[in-house]
Write a protein that binds this ligand. Structure first.
Ligand code: A2P
Length: 315
């Protein structure tokens, strides 16, 4: 069964379920992309900073060559990294992702974070362990991203990790509205308030870390594991689905795009088997009640940046 599509305000369609590639090692991700395309995924979520776009591109290229998919069958997202926010760097950053992915256009290009890092050096420029910031305003970066739509390098543009005030500020000056805000979203941080702001403005939400990212590099033994959440058990039994499948379906049933990451054939396959059931409103409400403001990705490296999205009293 193919993934259902959601429609952006601009008419472009996106498969509601995509393959996440954050933390997928270069040596594993080509295979993961090939499996995913064989299984029926048509949406791949990528980023320059993941350091694996070349291998993602090899997987895509192989499946286009063998006739499994055509370019227009698939939806590919990439993201502008923080060191390329200065407007004169944006087009080249986009072209680098295109070259790595072996594509002529992106379906979607996101600003990965609202804050910028010192330009042009390392991806995490640091001095004595402290990340070096840049004060480029995301409104200026956005203007340069709008030009990528004009020139046809990308079909749509969006944002990631923006809080509600930053969205409001962006909307005041944007010529082209973002189609989506990609944020951490799972039952421990269900983002209901932010999702309402987005939907009131015609912006779809994309959920990253929908399974609670058990492979996040900073996970500590004893941290709560969303996939092992005891309260999910009875819901899994009721629908005869795994915790991952329930967590994925939870987002789909809330109208949220979802991008679970896996590099394992069985799990990539399992995560796509979510179109033969639907959660009841009562079960969605039950899962909603797990929320505990449980943000996993705090981006403390950028602590103190004026555009850090999680440090002010905002959502
Ligand atoms: P793996 O890549 O070995 O399958 P998130 O998308 O929230 O970042 O979570 C990704 C993590 O969840 C990875 O560690 C991934 O491991 C694991 N994972 C992906 N799918 C499943 C699944 N169906 N069951 C259990 N763990 C999964």
């Amino acid at each position: 069964m193919a993934s259902p599509m959601l429609k952006f305000y601009n008419g472009q369609q996106i498969p509601v379920l995509g393959l996440g590639t954050w933390k997928s090692k270069p040596g594993e991700v080509k295979y993961a992309v090939e499996i995913a395309l064989d299984v029926g995924y048509r949406h791949l979520d990528c980023a320059h900073v993941y350091g694996n776009e070349k291998e993602v591109g090899e997987g895509i290229g192989k499946k286009i060559k063998s006739g499994v998919v055509t370019r227009s069958d698939i939806f590919v997202t990439s993201k502008l990294w923080n060191t390329f926010h200065r407007p004169d760097l944006v087009e080249n950053a986009c072209r680098t992702s295109l070259t790595n992915l072996g594509l002529e256009y992106l379906d979607l290009y996101l600003m990965h974070w609202p804050f910028a890092y010192k330009e042009e050096g390392e991806l995490f420029p640091s001095v004595e362990g402290k990340i070096q910031f840049s004060d480029v305003d995301y409104l200026d970066t956005w203007k340069a991203m709008e030009k990528l739509v004009d020139t046809g390098l990308v079909r749509s543009i969006g944002i990631s990790n923006f809080n509600s005030s930053q969205i409001a500020r962006l909307l005041k000056s944007a010529r082209i509205k973002p189609v989506t805000n990609q944020v951490e979203c799972h039952p421990y941080l269900n983002q209901t308030r932010l999702a309402k702001v987005c939907s009131d403005n015609g912006i779809l939400v994309t959920a990253y870390s929908p399974l609670g990212s058990p492979d996040r590099p900073w996970a500590k033994p004893g941290d709560p594991q969303l996939l092992d959440e005891p309260k999910l058990k009875s819901i899994c039994e009721k629908y005869k689905k795994s915790p991952a499948q329930i967590l994925i379906r939870y987002q789909i049933d809330r109208g949220i795009i979802v991008i679970p990451k896996s590099v394992n054939k069985d799990r990539i396959t399992q995560n796509f088997q979510v179109f033969d059931f639907k959660l009841s409103a009562a079960d969605i409400a039950e899962i909603d009640s797990f929320d505990c403001n449980g943000r996993l990705l705090l981006m403390t490296g950028a602590s103190g940046h004026q555009y850090h999205p999680f440090e002010k009293d905002d959502y």
